[in-house]
Design a protein around this ligand. Structure first.
Ligand code: AMP
Length: 236
């Protein structure tokens, strides 16, 4: 399966992506994680990305698309992947379409995670992430770790992302509305979007997401069958 996950910062994309990818046996590809890995290795790409990320802006398309394509071409992604944080604007969505078309494959669905804006700011301001695994996410008030600053899952160090300050979050939200949200219409025109609420417990949201993706896949299969039937009726 080839899935794109969309949603504002703080919707829980990273957490959900990790569970969904595991359930679906496909790799979780997060462009944000790839940039952060480059930042910690202090690569040229990392240095460039950091200057945009710290301001809450998007990293330029050229480098982002090249990095995402390179990751999607790795052997573990041959049969599918779950994209988290990519595409983030319509030009990236078009570039992804072209790359998939060149490989003779298509997206199976776009999962849109919805969360109210005041909830986003609350979630992000208290968010703490494990240095070992970005899907180990805690919140100082809503889901505090047993020991302050230490991951319950793997004992890794918890940290606050540089771009999780209130000011940067507001900028990221603005960027989300102006640049990323239009991809929902872009994909809706292809009949690919399913929207679910990202509120509630993590496992409840995962179940909602799995059900939505399943429903969406069945709907698509039915439409494909109908299309084939009507071609048959045409007597060609
Ligand atoms: P995320 O971890 O998905 O919240 O991404 C963190 C930051 O990385 C974003 O605010 C952007 O600065 C940058 N970033 C991640 N993915 C993309 C993308 N597809 N295009 C441009 N910038 C990105």
């Amino acid at each position: 399966m080839r899935i794109v996950l969309v949603g504002p910062p703080g919707a829980g994309k990273g957490t959900q992506a990790a569970f969904l990818a595991k359930n679906l046996s496909i790799p979780h590809i997060s462009t944000g994680d790839l940039f952060r890995a480059n930042i910690s290795r202090q690569t040229e790409l990392g240095k460039l990305a950091k200057s945009y990320m710290d301001e809450g802006n998007l990293v330029p398309d050229e480098v982002t698309i090249a990095m995402a394509k390179d990751r999607m071409e790795q052997p573990d992604a041959v049969n599918g992947f779950l994209l988290d944080g990519f595409p983030r604007n319509v030009s990236q969505a078009e570039a992804l379409d072209q790359a998939l078309k060149a490989d003779g494959v298509e997206l199976d669905g776009v999962l849109d995670l919805e969360v109210p804006e005041d909830e986003v700011v609350k979630r992000i301001a208290g968010r703490r992430i494990c240095r070992n695994d970005s899907s180990h996410v805690f919140h100082v008030t809503y889901s505090p770790p047993k020991k302050e600053g230490v991951c319950d899952v793997c004992d890794g160090e918890l940290y606050q992302r540089d771009d999780d300050t209130e000011e940067t979050v507001r900028k990221r939200l603005e960027v989300y509305h102006t640049q990323t949200e239009p991809i929902i219409d872009y994909y809706a025109a292809q009949g690919l979007v399913v929207t679910i609420s990202a509120l509630g417990k993590v496992d409840e949201v995962t179940k909602r997401a799995m059900d939505a993706l399943k429903g969406q896949a069945e709907g698509r299969e039915q439409r494909d069958e109908d299309k084939n039937d009507s071609r048959g009726d045409g007597g060609e």
